[in-house]
Design a protein around this ligand. Structure first.
Ligand SMILES: Nc1nc2c(c(=O)[nH]1)N[C@H]1C(S)=C(S)[C@@H](COP(=O)(O)O)O[C@H]1N2
Ligand SMILES: [Mo]
Length: 197
């Protein structure tokens, strides 16, 4: 009975750490290639493909509703970090300013530095997804994807594109950088969707 008052923190967190993952110390940086450094004055986010073409500036983004987020972060290389605190713009709020062709079913996320990753429209348009510009109360550091990254908490973190600069709406699924190199098309951590079949 006393056990329930003296529960080890580890076991109470167990249902938050997906299979095959362990908790990281600090917040590791995982980048393929060099870290781009982009001034917000020069920063843009472009929309194209099966959507009305539009280019958002930093001021456009700042004029959108801003929200705080606490989210768990799971890298496929087996580390997880719980309760990461971010601030930014909800994907669903952002998307009120984007006109998408109903034939679009998939998205390619594009980045400064040419990284890409793909995501279905359904996985993208979830209430809990967001574009982040602030991490633990500070401007998002360049190594973590500043000035702006996407965060998709319910998928492995390679879907959370750092230095995001484009969203391409597609009529069918296409593969991004890691997905072409053997990683799973979707990447759901609780199902351990690490590699493609
Ligand atoms: N543009 C870009 N985005 C990226 C990556 C990258 O190499 N380039 N790495 C991905 C991977 S594999 C992970 S785990 C997370 C790591 O984010 P962090 O470096 O902020 O921890 O970013 C993802 N987004
Ligand atoms: Mo990762």
């Amino acid at each position: 009975m006393l056990g329930k008052f003296f529960q080890k923190p580890d076991s109470s967190l167990q249902n938050r750490v997906p299979p095959g993952q362990h908790l990281a110390k600090g917040f590791p940086v995982l980048t393929y290639g060099d870290t781009p450094h982009i001034d917000v004055k020069d920063w843009t986010l472009r929309i194209w493909g099966l959507a009305q073409r539009v280019v958002f500036t930093w001021d456009d983004l700042m004029a959108m509703p801003q929200s705080d987020f606490t989210a768990d972060f799971h890298c496929v290389t087996t580390w997880s970090k719980l309760d990461v605190q971010w601030r930014g713009v909800k994907v669903v709020d952002f998307m009120k300013q984007v006109e998408v062709d109903p034939k679009a079913v998939h998205i390619m996320e594009h980045c400064y530095g040419d990284y890409t990753t793909n995501i279905s429209i359904d996985d993208f348009l979830r209430e809990e997804n967001f574009f982040a510009h602030t991490l633990f109360g500070e401007p998002l550091p360049a190594e973590h994807g500043g000035p702006l990254r996407l965060v998709v908490p319910h998928l492995y973190a390679w879907k959370s594109a750092k230095w995001l600069n484009g969203l391409e709406f597609l009529p069918q699924a296409e593969l991004g950088f890691w997905e072409r190199n053997g990683y799973h098309q979707r990447g759901e951590p609780w199902a351990e969707e690490r590699y493609s079949g």
